[in-house]
Design a protein around this ligand. Structure first.
Ligand code: TYD
Ligand code: ZN
Length: 419
């Protein structure tokens, strides 16, 4: 049995998905052979509470020149990162010529705000496509992974950072000890390391098992993050829950004693203890709920197929790879998945081989039902797609529970999904 990546403690498997492919390995229709599969198994460390994958594919397989994730593809995410940048600027940038460093800066959506304010910034980005997109916007990018030697190179060139940011990045990195050592190399005394990641507490309460895929080697609770940072003489000084990615937590960390600890940190720890996030029972309960969710979604799709209904997927998210493969959803059950990201279009979904089509095809295909794979953007999508339900179309959602939603459920009811 493998050991915990953080504390070397014993790992207990609580959800086994079996053979799974890479969430973002969208396939060319003419290149179907040689698809990479691995055993996707979620585990829990009873010593430090870190939820993690038993095995993770090599990072070069996941983050390569064709990596198709672009933060700026969502209008709401772009707004979120503008607000995040504004909050960082007003709270943490006081010195004369501050420096903001972002780990995994993707297409520069977050750093573009600092660029427009004339604030020094550098983004670390190893994936070529998003790095290029950021550079085209005039954002300073260091092409590479964030590690001790790359941090030292940036330090020599630009000095220490007032703030180091990471958004939806740390949960991808297996060697978090190396990240924290590198943060300490580059962070000014009194500086802060602010990161936001999908929150394990939300995954549990929403039965959002689709957050579990190859790239998410960890899913964080405050308990597990506290244990990790303690090992590096750092502490969490503030927490801010976020609605993004279906429920995230923004953690503000600093060197121990550098900043006062907000009382909300201990309050959240108490909430997690009360929910049993430090005990195996909560995890067993979660896996039973996942099984039930899988069965219900499959049953609905099978019965729609029997009735001759046309079902389409909406949003070829990374998460959808887990759902389609775990639930055995084939192109016979879902005709195609529409997505706004050009590099995903005209490819096939990983493992399940469902065609990915341009967003415009959602209008022309006239599906009877649409499975909302991009459920984390439900508000934005329901606002944009009111015409679909007006025509009688129905949404199938699976988080927090598997349900079919019509116009009246989304737009007309008092407790409307988008209100
Ligand atoms: P994302 O939210 O990043 O989820 P994940 O981390 O699971 O990949 O992905 C959203 C995907 O949905 C992305 O491929 C773009 C697509 N999308 C649409 O096609 N239409 C939309 O209106 C939105 C908001 C997203
Ligand atoms: Zn551990």
């Amino acid at each position: 049995m493998k050991k915990c990546r953080i504390c070397n403690g014993e790992l207990a498997a609580f959800l086994e998905f079996g053979k799974m492919t890479l969430a973002n390995a969208f396939l060319r229709p003419d290149k179907l052979s040689g698809e990479f599969f691995f055993d996707l198994t979620a585990c829990f460390c009873s010593s430090c509470c870190m939820v993690q994958l038993l095995d993770q594919p090599p990072r070069e397989k996941m983050f390569h020149s064709e990596y198709p994730f672009f933060t700026g593809s969502s209008k709401k995410m772009t707004e979120h990162f503008r607000d995040f940048a504004q909050s960082v600027r007003s709270r943490y940038l006081s010195s004369g010529d501050p420096l903001v460093v972002e780990i995994g800066s993707n297409d520069g959506t977050f750093l573009s705000n600092f660029k427009s304010w004339g604030i020094r910034h550098i983004g670390f980005e190893p994936a070529e496509n998003p790095a290029l997109a950021a550079e085209t916007k005039g954002i300073r990018i260091f092409r590479g992974f964030f590690e001790a030697d790359t941090a030292r190179r940036v330090l020599a060139e630009a000095g220490k950072a007032d703030v180091i940011i990471a958004a939806n990045v740390l949960c991808h990195i297996p060697d978090l000890h190396s990240v924290l050592e590198s943060v300490k190399i580059l962070l000014k005394p009194g500086g802060v390391f602010v990161f936001e990641e999908p929150y394990w507490g939300d995954v549990l309460s929403k039965v959002a098992y689709d957050q579990i895929y190859d790239e998410h080697v960890f899913l964080f609770s405050v308990l597990s993050i506290r244990a990790l940072f303690e090992r590096h003489d750092m502490e969490i000084v503030c927490l801010e829950p976020q609605a993004t990615h279906g429920g995230s937590m923004r953690f503000v960390a600093a060197l121990r004693g550098d900043h006062p600890v907000d009382p909300g940190v201990n309050r959240q720890i108490e909430i997690e203890m009360a929910r049993g996030l430090d005990r195996t029972d909560a995890y067993r309960d979660f896996s039973l709920k996942c099984e039930a969710s899988r069965k219900r979604l499959r049953d609905i799709l099978l019965s729609l197929k029997k009735d001759g209904k046309r079902v389409m997927g909406y949003g070829a998210t990374s998460k959808s790879t887990t759902v389609t493969n775990y639930c055995g959803i084939t192109p016979e059950l879902i005709h195609s998945i529409c997505d706004t990201t050009p590099v995903k279009q005209n490819r096939l979904s990983p493992g399940a081989h469902i065609p990915i089509v341009p967003y415009e095809d959602f209008e022309t295909t006239l599906p009877d039902y649409a499975v909302l794979f991009a459920w984390n953007h439900s508000r934005e999508i329901f606002e944009k797609e009111s015409g679909f339900t007006r025509r009688g179309g129905k949404w199938i959602i699976f988080v927090p529970e598997v349900k079919i939603l019509g116009r009246e459920d989304i737009y007309d009811s008092v407790s409307s999904v988008i209100s």
